[in-house]
Design a protein around this ligand. Structure first.
Ligand code: AMP
Length: 198
């Protein structure tokens, strides 16, 4: 099964896809994680991407398209978390591979800001939240630079202008599944799996 997870930053795509990867045994590919790894390793891609990421801007399409082409080559099952994020990326993906469904996670903006500003990354690779899902004492957490207030504001504007048009794009292709992402992680994960399997 080839799936795309779509939704504003902070809606919980990374959390849901990690859970669904366990439940359905599908590989999750997160462009954000791949880019953060590249930044951490100071690769050529990482050096090019860092400034855009810190400012909450999108990394240029061609860099991401090349990265993803290579990553998904020959795979017949995956969840794409954070890609495509623009119409040119969606068109490039379509040329490579046929996607089965696109899941669009929806939540109101005040909830998204609350989730993003309280999000913390654990040194165990898991995602936590200072109120909703605090890390255990032994886990060290850090805040992503782009989860700070100025970058959050910019990311939401970027999402509206560049990524939200994908909802219409995939609706017209009859691939869109909408999921209400306001409930608990468990509810959202169960609901998503049911809708994918329908
Ligand atoms: P994420 O972890 O999905 O929120 O991604 C973090 C940052 O990585 C984004 O704010 C962008 O700067 C960059 N990024 C991730 N995926 C993409 C993409 N598909 N296109 C462009 N930039 C991306």
């Amino acid at each position: 099964m080839k799936l795309v997870f779509l939704g504003p930053p902070g809606v919980g795509k990374g959390t849901y896809s990690a859970r669904i990867m366990e439940e359905m045994n599908i590989v999750q590919i997160s462009t954000g994680d791949l880019l953060r790894e590249a930044v951490g390793n100071k690769t050529e891609l990482g050096m090019k991407a860092k400034g855009y990421m810190d400012a909450g801007e999108l990394v240029p399409d061609q860099l991401i398209i090349d990265l993803m082409k290579e990553r998904i080559d020959g795979m017949d099952s995956f969840i794409l978390d954070g890609f495509p994020r623009t119409i040119p990326q969606a068109e490039a993906l379509e040329k490579e591979i046929a996607i089965d469904n696109v899941v669009s996670f929806e939540a109101p903006e005040d909830m998204i800001i609350q989730r993003l500003s309280g999000r913390r990354m654990g040194n165990d690779g898991k995602i936590y939240h200072i109120d909703n899902n605090p890390a255990p004492e032994e886990v060290e957490v850090t805040q992503r630079d782009d989860d700070k207030p100025d970058a959050i504001k910019n990311r939401l504007v970027v999402y509206k202008n560049q990524t939200e048009p994908l909802i219409k794009y995939y609706t017209e292709k009859n691939k869109l599944i909408k999921v209400d992402a306001t409930g608990s992680v468990e509810e959202i994960v169960t609901n998503t799996i049911n809708k994918i399997e329908e």
